[in-house]
Design a protein around this ligand. Structure first.
Ligand code: PLP
Length: 390
């Protein structure tokens, strides 16, 4: 199809030309005397993305799901008890990963479209007077529903309960796009992958560890092999990796860090907020609503749009793809067929999104949703233009 394809799913996100060029390299010796410069450039700057000043960051050839496992096997003993709110497919999978590793997870069920409830977490921790619960698993930005939870409020709830559990945060669709305060929120393990806010292909898993969680690495007794941080730390200290690193992706990550830090993490978060506000205005102008139940929990990195009764969101997604060359995210599990998702994270600006919204609008109209053409795009432009609403 002529013209450019609109990859508008919430990850993988489009890879900027600059990052494609940075990755276009011949392979090289990852044990050479010059290699540590690349490792150090990456590992010294990764923490800045999440405002981390204490602890360490790690990079594996892997994806986000693998980092759930890496975080859990390096900090817990077998059969640990954990606590987790579940409000979407990714919080569900995080819980499943812990259970597959043999841990016991007390689940706080929330309706899909809701966020984590700090009061319920506080109550569960306060009831655990023997301090059996070892960790709280929290998905910061639930990519299935487009909902962002308040990590600072969860940390405050844990502190009010005076509970020593570790705070594990999945930041796969928030880190490097939304504001993420590793130190200030008292996060112990944060995980992400390369294919969302970092604007790279999938293939790198990134793990942030606090001093408190690092202190568990040597003494915890979970069996571990590939994800053993003891080997990773020993190698990283010399500027190397225990196994062959994903070299092209590392060059891409190094350049992505330069792009993000040059823009400034506050500005990156502000850009995502501005763009998301316009998308939400478009959804309202179409007469539709988001899966997120309240405006204050609506995600700035993606919007899950609920389609009217009697219309299958999959038909809209397929039509948008084949007719207008735009890829939208499908509804996962419980919300399959009920929502489509517009990704607005990564290498994104107002004009890119205006084009994407135009594609969505035409696909909606073609699929029998009553929308006035131009209404959503117009509402978004009102937010984005100089002197607009946001
Ligand atoms: N957590 C969240 C919030 C996600 O959105 C995803 C993927 O979209 C994952 C975890 C899994 O990450 P990966 O697909 O990189 O393994």
């Amino acid at each position: 199809m002529a013209g450019r394809h609109f990859l508008q799913i919430p990850g993988p996100t489009p890879v900027p030309d600059r990052l494609q060029r940075a990755m276009h390299r011949q392979m090289e010796d990852h044990r050479s005397s010059t290699f540590p410069a690349l490792t150090r450039s990456i590992l010294s700057r990764l923490p800045q993305v999440v405002h981390q000043t204490k602890g360490e960051a790690f990079v594996f050839p892997a994806t986000g799901s693998a980092m759930w496992e890496a975080a859990l096997v390096n900090t817990l003993n077998p059969g640990a008890r954990l606590l987790a709110p579940r409000f979407g497919q990714f919080s569900h999978l995080f819980i499943q990963t812990a259970r597959n590793l043999g841990h016991h997870v007390d689940v706080i069920e929330e309706p899909w479209g809701e966020a984590a409830d700090p009061a319920k977490i506080e109550a569960a921790l306060a009831a655990d007077t023997a301090h059996e619960i070892q960790g709280v698993l929290l998905v910061h930005n639930e990519t299935a529903t487009g909902v962002t939870s308040d990590v600072a409020a969860v940390r405050a709830a844990m502190d009010r309960a005076k509970h020593p559990a570790l705070l594990y945060v999945d930041g796969v669709s928030s880190i490097a796009s939304l504001d993420f305060r590793f130190d200030a929120w008292g996060v112990d393990c944060a995980i992400t992958g390369s294919q969302k806010g970092f604007m790279l292909p999938a293939g790198l898993g990134i793990l942030y560890m606090s001093e408190k969680s690092l202190a568990r690495v040597d003494s915890c007794t979970m069996p571990r092999a590939y994800f053993d941080l003891r080997a990773m730390r020993a190698n990283n200290a010399q500027g190397y990796f225990p196994s062959t690193p994903a070299l092209s992706l590392l060059y891409g990550l190094d350049e992505a860090l330069t792009m993000l830090l040059d823009e400034g993490m506050e500005q990156v978060a502000a850009r995502h907020h501005r763009l998301a506000t316009g998308v939400r205005a478009a959804v309202r102008a179409w007469g539709l609503h988001e899966c997120a139940r309240r405006p204050d929990i609506a995600s700035d990195s993606l919007t899950a749009v609920v389609v009217p009764e009697g219309i299958d969101a999959r038909t809209i997604i397929e039509h948008a793809f084949t007719r207008y060359d735009i890829a939208l995210g499908s509804g996962l599990s419980e919300v399959a067929g009920k929502v489509f998702r517009i990704g607005h994270l990564g290498d994104m600006n107002a004009l890119t999104l205006a084009g994407a919204l135009a594609g969505v609008e035409m696909a909606l109209a073609d699929s029998g949703v009553v929308v006035t053409l131009g209404s959503g795009v117009g509402a978004a432009l009102q937010h984005w233009r100089v002197g607009g609403n946001s």
